[in-house]
Design a binder for this molecule. Structure first.
Ligand SMILES: O=P(O)(O)OC[C@H]1O[C@H](OP(=O)(O)OP(=O)(O)O)[C@H](O)[C@@H]1O
Ligand code: HPA
Ligand SMILES: [Mg+2]
Length: 179
């Protein structure tokens, strides 16, 4: 796995520090409220687990599973919902947790879908943002790091379902995905 890594963009320590900062901001912003955190599987799994343990508010969690990349480095443009939410979000303060926003197509689809379910408020928290690739504009309240237009893996994020267990965020050597 390590031999496929080109550059480490964010180390375990970098990520831990930034996740703590994001959680502190969320704790301040939602003070006095219950929060429903929705993780977008599978990629957001690792970030969600770390972030929620640093949130000190009363929190409930739910997950939706969405996929549009499959085994490619390019979005198919079609967002497939593989698992819907378990619970209603009506009248709830909802925070969607994502690992990465790239074209924005996944979150645009999810936000529109969730808005039709009448939440009290809805915001987005993403660990990574790749603004150069955006097709669908989005308002994103919490961003961990902005990254350049390179395909990345690690900390939950995959290429063809691999590398999710790398504890850091890295670029891959092009030879890995250009065959
Ligand atoms: O902004 P976009 O271009 O839509 O890309 C971002 C989405 O792509 C990845 O999911 P993917 O479809 O790879 O599913 P996964 O989370 O199971 O890896 C990632 O986890 C985001 O959900
Ligand atoms: O850079 C990326 N890496 C892995 N999955 C992704 N899904 C959107 N962008 C990416
Ligand atoms: Mg993926």
């Amino acid at each position: 796995m390590k031999k496929d890594v080109k550059d480490v963009l964010f180390s375990e320590a970098d990520i831990e520090n930034r996740v703590r900062e994001l959680a502190e901001k969320i704790n301040d912003d939602y003070k006095g409220h219950d929060l429903l955190i929705i993780g977008v599987l599978k990629g957001a799994n690792v970030f969600m687990c770390d972030l929620m343990r640093k949130i000190t508010l009363p929190v409930q969690i739910d997950f939706i599973a969405a996929s549009s990349y499959g085994h490619s480095t390019e979005s198919s443009g079609v967002v497939k919902i593989l698992k819907d939410l378990d619970y209603s979000i009506e009248d709830r303060h909802v925070l969607i947790v994502e690992d990465i926003i790239d074209t924005g197509l996944t979150l645009k689809y999810l936000i529109e879908n969730f808005k039709s379910r009448s939440p009290k408020t809805i915001e987005i928290c993403t660990l990574l943002d790749k603004p150069e690739r955006r097709i669908a504009p989005l308002d994103v309240k919490y961003i961990g790091f902005k990254i350049p237009d390179e395909f990345i893996v690690g900390y939950g994020i995959d290429y063809a379902e691999r590398y999710r267990n790398l504890p850091y965020i890295a670029t891959l050597k092009p030879v890995v995905y250009m065959d």
